[in-house]
Design a protein around this ligand. Structure first.
Ligand SMILES: C[S@@+](CC[C@H](N)C(=O)[O-])C[C@H]1O[C@@H](n2cnc3c(N)ncnc32)[C@H](O)[C@@H]1O
Length: 265
């Protein structure tokens, strides 16, 4: 498989932006805690741990912990991202091939779960057990940040696609089903090229579509002092402007992405 058709690099190019993700984390931290910026960042469901690598590059005191069950993205991250670090930067990264539900994971100032990965937990009691472990492993000045998505489109089958002209491929995020009784959605990511065979079902997901109030209620139940929703602002034409600000109410839309920041103190 050529570099441009490797599923992890296509995924990175299509959906990841570590600098922007870290900027959201810093903004959410500063809005609650005065003084020093966080130093120890734990990336749960880390996949290829691109955010952890970007984090340790940003400051000589930054440390990153990355956790994933699957050896395959971890091996990719070691080969392609870890190898871009200096010896010192690398010494500040800890990669763990573990389950995020484990009670033996390291402590951190900030723990984050991005790209909706915790939606893989279908049952409330399992999600609550995960949030409880996160709470326990945060330092007393500590923040848990997660992204979430929803909207009327996510309750229907649909295929959202974006063409990337520089690499001549189309990214598809296809919703294959939605079961309202269990709020369960099956989704798949495909990459289709101008020339050559498509990479169908490069990633497949079976997710519980958690709502923001459900998530915030569970966060409160496990002990978080407070949580804030960062909701995307709008351009004059009514599209998302890519800027996320604390909001108490949102507006209805076909599809939205938001962040929830939960604070331990
Ligand atoms: C949607 S991917 C997200 C990868 C990465 N966070 C990103 O943004 O690119 C979900 C990842 O979660 C991992 N995963 C699923 N269940 C897990 C669990 N219980 N503990 C640790 N990792 C898990 C999968 O192996 C997969 O790499």
């Amino acid at each position: 498989m050529s570099e441009s058709r490797d599923k992890y690099s296509l995924y990175f190019n299509s959906v990841q932006n570590p600098e922007a993700d870290i900027a959201v984390m810093k903004q959410a931290w500063k809005s609650r805690y005065k003084g020093e910026m966080f130093k120890v960042l734990r990336e749960d469901f880390c996949g290829t741990f691109a955010n952890t690598v970007a984090w340790v590059k940003q400051h000589k005191l930054n440390r990153g912990i990355a956790i994933d069950l699957d050896k395959s993205p971890i091996a990719y991250g070691k080969k392609n991202y870890l190898s871009t670090l200096t010896k010192d930067q690398e010494s500040r990264v800890q990669i763990l091939n573990e389950n995020v539900l484990s009670s033996k994971l390291p402590k951190a100032d900030v723990i984050f779960a991005f790209n909706f990965s915790y939606y893989c937990f279908q049952e409330r009691k399992v999600l609550k057990a995960y949030f409880k472990e996160v709470y326990k492993k945060l330092n007393s000045k500590g923040m848990f940040l997660m992204d979430c998505f929803g909207g009327s489109l996510t309750q229907l089958t649909n295929d959202y696609s974006v063409y990337f002209p520089s690499m001549k491929y189309t990214y598809h995020f296809e919703q294959l089903s939605f079961d309202p009784i269990n709020s369960r959605a099956k989704l798949a990511i495909h990459f289709r090229f101008k020339k050559g065979k498509p990479l169908n079902n490069a990633f497949v997901y079976d997710w519980r579509m958690w709502s923001i109030p459900e998530l915030r209620e569970i966060l409160e139940e496990v002990g978080f002092k407070t949580s804030t929703v960062l909701w995307e602002g709008l351009t004059k034409s009514g599209d998302g402007n890519g800027k996320y600000l604390p909001k108490k109410t949102g507006e209805e839309c076909e599809s939205w992405i938001a962040y929830i920041a939960a604070y331990k103190s």
